[in-house]
Ligand binder design. Sequence first.
Ligand code: SER
Length: 791
Amino acid sequence: MDTAQIRTRFLNHFAGRGHTVVPSASLIAQDPTLLLVNAGMVPFKPYFLGDLAAPWPRATSVQKVVRTVDIDNVGRTARHASFFQMCGNFSFGDYFKAEAIPFAFELLVDGYGFNPDDLWATVYLDDDEAERIWQKLLPAERIQRRGKEDNYWSMGVPGPCGPCSEIYFDRGPAFGREGGPVADENRYLEVWNLVFMQFERGEGAGYEFPILRELPSRNIDTGMGLERMATILQSVDNLYEIDISRPVLDTAGRLTGTSYGADAGADVRLRVIADHSRTAAMLISDGVMPSNEGRGYVLRRLLRRAVRDARLLGAREPVMGELFAAVGQAMGPIYPELVDDAETITGVAVAEEASFAETLRTGTTIFDTAARQVRAAGSTTLAGDEAFKLHDTYGFPIDLTLEMAAEAGLSVDEAGFRRLMERQRQTAKADRASRRIGNLDLSAFRPILAAAGPTTFTGYEELTRESTVVGLVGIADGLGRMTAGAGEEVGVVLDITPFYAESGGQEADLGVLRFDGGEVEVLDVQRPVPELVLHRVRVRVGELKVGDQVHADVDAGRRRAVSRSHTATHLVHAAFRRALGEGATQAGSLNSPGRLRFDFHTVGAIPPSVLADVEDEINEVALRDLPVRAFVTTQDEARRLGAMALFGEKYGDAVRVVDVGDYARELCGGTHVGSSAQLGAVKLLSESSISAGTRRVEGLVGIDAFRFLAREHLLVSELATAIKARPDELVDRVGDIVGRLRDAERELDRLRAAAVLAGLSGLQMHRAHHAEELIGRLPDPLVAGALQLAR
Ligand code: SER
């Protein structure tokens, strides 16, 4: 059974049992406590916690998952991978253990053809209920009880948790010892985890966490690893050898001149290369870019480990292009975006590989020097600040430093390194926090959300509105509160707001909230959780209280200027795609009042003529006075209509499409002008590189574009007057002046040198030793010049 069939059979099994099939969410977690989605239940967390009402009582999905905690096991065991697909079924307060257990058992036996004699189950220490249910399906001796480490599941961070029951498949005596999962987890392979989500855990390490409360409902969250299942059903040794991984493994073998299966050590490296390149491709396709922190660092580390292993196996040429092609082919049928965006995705990996090759060249020299110094000083430990410098200045990842140090027989002061990293992280964080709402503790928002529900945004249609304060949060302490007095800065949540929260590259609205006896100034607007709009305000006059009626008033001039930039950005995007091809997709943007920044993927610099043509076209299109129209539709329909979607960004099923006449059609949640003529003018200022394969264009819109052009015009007039030329003669005349100046300088140099030489020969005739003294005092270049002339 190939992986695609296993997947379909899973979804059908649960769809047939009343579950709604939900598409995989992006790997980029919406949940601010996580970097990357690490379990199938992550997108559903607010439903388990009761923060949001679940849209369906039951759901099923095949979720993309990245886990890097086990990264050192990748390639070494049969069952660890950094990326995998988790098939799951979920109940939000609907069914519980009595249905969840037989649902899974039936699929395994009837759907996948498992022999019930090969199946084992484990339950949590005190879970008599689950054990009783299992006893109807399996003999008592194949049901085992286990403790918290094995049979209690949590996300690893505060959130929903609960006891679980795991199902194991006995691979047979060839794979290890008798005695069930408690005895040997290699022979007994875990295939499915059924979690009985009943509690919420707080902060704590490992399993030492407090239980905060019982959840409002009893839920089910299950996870069946698709690749593990395929390993069993395809009777292969490990999950790198299944149908969707094997081609990548073989490509890695070919590129490194290594044949898989010949040498155990080399096999581990080949599996690492295959695993990491697949995970990297999936991350990039969800919009992660290599960087030195957060998810970008996870990606960078995976790519670099893969490249380094390929080199160690003997690859002399770049490997990423072909590895990614193999990943695209193997995974494309399930994830068409890997094929559709292949050029962009591969471009990112290829660029990272090239920059890493450079890092390896310089970094290795620096590492060797540092290692020599350590030994010369009679030590065996590379200092933390050396490791930090390698990382910070030369982009040398710490794991590489660790590996190379180990190979050189040295250890690294890792704790020292981590301290420096942490200090740097804190500085960056403080920096961000001082600028915006940033890192408020999200628990303050739960009661607000529970009491008032999601904020309604009305700012597409109106800029003022009467609404009610449903929550206040202290900016400094992140705690919920009831009042805020004059001079204080707080976060305000309204039931309805016309204020646009910063997102999609569009800056937040500013403005004021007026209330009986007072007024607050809106300084920033963000969505700390997707459902809530938070206005950071300073109270100017009066005391604002939860429950107050306010008159919300958006600064209309600023909003119009930002909207102009946003519409202009859509035109810039469309124009570049017309000029450079479909591959010129947006990588990021910033729309502020009268100013835009647009980053996009393309290879090489943009020739000035293309930039000029694009600018000309945008202005011409703007003057056609095209209507700007927004409508909401389904994601499939939007795609059918040819809407451009931001590369890597994931949209829900209901998407908003913004059309600028028939010129640009894009998925977008931002605000726009009513018609293109309202842009007035668009002036593109500059074009530059921000990273390999990504260019940045900056521009001005509306009155800012006009003022810029007017200023330039004035400057040209003044210049023309100053050098007494007509504006159209300026370039020639200035060229001429510069040329003459250069000639004059050369002549002057020649004369000076000749003068020195003359003095020199006179002295030589009479007082040679004084001449030497004089030469010693002359500036070097002058002496060199004089001597050259003399020759
Ligand atoms: N959340 C559980 C897991 O990830 C079951 O889906 O194992």
